[in-house]
Design a protein around this ligand. Structure first.
Ligand SMILES: CC(=O)N[C@H]1[C@@H](OP(=O)(O)O)O[C@H](CO)[C@@H](O)[C@@H]1O
Ligand SMILES: [Mg+2]
Length: 547
C-alpha cells in the first residue's frame, strides 16, 4: 500500500478551496463543477477503501443528473449495485471537507474505525461519467485518487448512472446478474423486451413507436447505441438528443415534471433526465392539454401488471408499492382502496425507497418524479423460475412473462431505459393506450415551490417527512392552512440537493393547490428564517401582492 506521505503529496494536485463545506446529500455531492476536483480525488480514495473493506468492486459515477450543465457531482455505488451505505456517507462528507493538512488524519481515522487492513489488499473501482463538459477531467481526478491508494480501476467512460450500477452488480455476482459490459446490458434488456412483446403479436405501429426526450444527455447517446439490439421491436424517435441543445435546458424529466409542460407539443412521449435514471411519460390531448404520467402512474401500471400475473400464475407473493410524501394522494388512494396493495411511504431519496422495497417479495418503488424500479427477493425469483419449468398452460404463460419482466428490470437502481422498455411492453401486452393508462385515476392538482431560508437545517421532519417537528409552530400553521382547502395536503422539507426548503401542496382544484402552496411558503418564510421565494411564473402576481 502506498505511503500516506505519497497520498498527501498527490492530494495537493487536487487542492481543496479553503473553507468550502459540502454534504453527501440525497444523491451524493452536487455543486458547481469548478468546486469539485478535490472531492473527486477524495472519492477515489474513499471508493478504494470501501472496496478493500467490502472485498468487492465499488462504483463511482460522475454526474449531477438533472442539475444544469455547469454543475457536477458524484455518487458512490456499493457492491450489489445499490447506493453507498449511510455510515460511509458520513465518511464521504468528512473526507470532502477535511482541509489539506488534516486529510491524512481523517483517512487514518476511517481506516482504524472500519478495521481496514491496508497490507496486501486488492481494491477495484469502476468509474463512469455523464456528458457534461466537466465530467472527463473530474473522472480523471477520481482515477488519480484510486491510483494514489494503489487501487485498480476500470474506466467505463460515458455511461448512464444505471449502467454503471449494473456493471458493478454483474462483476460482484461473477456474471450472475449479467455480462459486465454495455453490450451485455443491451443484450440482456433487449432479449427480455423482445420476448415480452412476443405475447402481444398485434401491436399497432402507434404502439411500436415512441418519442423520447433524451434531456440532451447520456441517455440519448446510449439509447441510440442500444437501438440495433431491439431489432425493430421498438422504434424510437429521439429529440433533445444532445446534438444541438443544452443539457437539461427546457427538456428532460425534471423540467417536464416540475413545469408540468412538454418540451414539444406531441402525442405520446417520454423524457429521461441528465443521467438517465429517471423517466416520465406524457401526451397532449385533442384540446392540446398536457397530461403527465409520472412515477406514481408508472408504479400503478407496473404493480397492476405484476399483480395480475401473480394471480394468473397462482403465486402467493407479497407485493408492495413504496412511495414518498410527494406521491399524489389519488395514486395512494387508488393503490390502497382499489388495487388493494400494500403501500409504504419512505423518506425522499431512492436509497430510502430501495431499503423499504427490500422487505417484500416484490417491491415496486417510484418517486413521483419518475425515479424507481422493482425489486424481487431471491425467493420470489426462484419461485417464478420454478413455475416456468414445472407448470403448463396459462400458469406457465404468466410465469414466463414474470420471468422476462425480471430480466428486463434493472433491479440495482431506477433506470430510464429499462423502465421505458417495461412500460412499452406492458402497454403492448395489455393493449392499452397511454390515454387509457392515464385514466386509471385522476391526479389531484398539485404544486411544488421552493423557499430559501438562511439555514435550512432549522427544519426537522418526522413521519417520512410528512410532518415538521421544528421550527416551533410550523406544523400547526400548516395544519390550519390545509384545513381550509378541500382534499388539501401539504408538507415542507429541506432539500438534500439544493440549498432550499421544498414546499408541496395538493388540493381539489389547481387554484386551491397553488394558494395552499404559497400560503405554506409564507409560513416557512416567516417561521424558518426566509430570505427569498422561488415561484412559478403563474404565481408571480399572487405572491407579489404580499410584498
Ligand atoms: C422533490 C424531488 O423531486 N426531490 C428529488 C431531489 O431531492 P431533494 O432532496 O428534494 O433535493 O433529488 C433527488 C436526487 O435526484 C431525488 O431523489 C428526489 O426525489
Ligand atoms: Mg438522475
Amino acid at each position: 500500500m502506498a505511503q500516506w506521505q505519497e497520498v498527501s503529496e498527490k492530494s495537493k494536485l487536487h487542492p481543496k478551496p479553503v473553507g468550502l463545506v459540502l454534504q453527501y446529500g440525497t444523491a451524493g455531492f452536487r455543486t458547481n463543477a469548478d468546486h469539485l476536483d478535490h472531492v473527486m480525488f477524495r472519492m477515489g480514495l474513499l471508493a478504494t477503501l470501501r472496496s478493500i473493506n467490502t472485498k468487492a468492486i465499488i462504483g463511482v459515477m460522475v454526474t449531477a443528473s438533472h442539475n444544469p450543465e455547469e454543475d457536477n457531482g458524484v455518487k458512490l455505488i456499493d457492491p450489489m449495485g445499490e447506493m453507498l451505505t449511510p455510515a460511509w456517507e458520513v465518511y464521504a462528507t468528512q473526507l470532502a471537507n477535511a482541509e489539506q493538512d488534516h486529510l491524512i488524519t481523517v483517512l487514518k481515522d476511517l481506516v482504524q474505525k472500519e478495521s481496514i487492513d491496508l497490507t496486501n489488499q486488492e481494491a477495484e473501482v469502476f468509474v463512469g461519467r455523464d456528458t457534461r463538459s466537466s465530467s472527463a477531467r473530474l473522472s480523471d481526478a477520481v482515477l488519480d485518487g484510486v491510483t494514489a491508494l494503489d487501487g485498480r480501476s476500470k474506466d467505463y467512460g460515458l455511461v448512464t448512472t444505471p449502467q454503471l450500477h449494473y456493471m458493478v452488480c454483474c462483476c460482484n455476482t461473477r456474471g450472475g446478474y449479467g455480462k459486465a459490459s454495455v453490450e451485455g446490458y443491451y443484450s440482456k434488456l433487449s432479449q427480455a423486451f423482445i420476448q415480452l412483446t412476443k405475447s402481444a403479436p398485434n401491436r399497432t405501429d402507434d404502439q411500436k413507436c415512441l418519442l423520447v426526450d433524451g434531456a440532451n444527455g447520456i441517455g440519448a447517446l446510449k439509447l441510440r447505441e442500444m437501438e440495433p439490439y431491439l431489432q425493430g421491436a421498438l422504434k424510437v424517435s429521439l429529440f433533445c438528443d444532445g446534438t444541438g441543445g443544452k443539457l437539461n435546458h427546457q427538456c428532460g424529466a425534471d423540467f417536464v415534471k416540475v413545469q408540468q409542460n412538454s418540451p414539444k407539443g406531441i402525442n405520446r412521449c417520454c423524457s429521461f433526465d441528465g443521467d438517465a435514471d429517471r423517466i416520465v411519460y406524457y401526451y397532449s390531448d385533442d384540446h392540446g392539454r398536457f397530461h403527465l404520467l409520472d412515477g406514481d402512474k408508472i408504479a400503478t401500471l407496473i404493480s397492476t401488471f405484476l399483480k395480475e400475473l401473480l394471480t394468473k400464475a397462482g403465486l402467493d407473493l407479497k407485493i408492495a408499492v413504496v412511495q414518498t410524501a410527494y406521491a399524489n394522494g389519488s395514486s395512494t388512494r387508488y393503490l390502497e382502496d382499489t388495487m388493494k396493495v400494500i403501500v409504504r411511504c419512505a423518506k425522499t431519496g431512492v436509497k430510502h425507497l430501495h431499503h423499504v422495497a427490500q422487505e417484500f417479495d416484490i417491491g415496486v418503488y417510484f418517486e413521483a418524479n419518475g425515479h424507481g424500479t422493482v425489486l424481487f427477493s431471491k425467493a420470489a425469483e426462484e419461485k417464478i423460475q420454478q413455475l416456468c419449468d414445472d407448470s403448463e398452460g396459462e400458469r406457465q404463460g404468466a410465469a414466463t412473462l414474470l420471468k422476462n419482466s425480471v430480466d428486463l428490470i434493472n433491479q440495482t437502481v431506477g433506470d430510464a431505459i429499462s423502465d421505458m422498455l417495461l412500460i412499452e411492453a406492458i402497454l403492448a401486452i395489455k393493449g392499452m393506450t397511454v390515454q387509457q393508462w392515464d385514466a386509471i385515476y385522476t391526479d389531484l392538482p398539485n404544486r411544488q415551490l421552493k423557499v430559501k431560508v438562511s439555514d435550512r437545517r432549522v427544519i426537522d421532519t418526522k413521519d417520512a417527512e410528512r410532518k415538521t417537528v421544528s421550527p416551533a409552530g410550523l406544523q400547526e400553521a400548516i395544519d390550519r392552512l390545509v384545513e381550509r382547502h378541500q382534499d388539501g395536503r401539504s408538507f415542507v422539507r429541506p432539500s438534500g440537493t439544493e440549498d432550499v426548503v421544498r414546499v408541496y401542496s395538493e388540493a381539489a382544484t389547481q387554484e386551491s393547490a397553488d394558494a395552499l402552496g404559497h400560503e405554506v411558503s409564507l409560513a416557512v418564510y416567516r417561521l424558518a428564517g426566509g430570505i427569498m421565494f422561488f415561484f412559478c411564473s403563474k404565481l408571480h402576481n399572487i405572491l407579489s401582492a404580499f410584498f
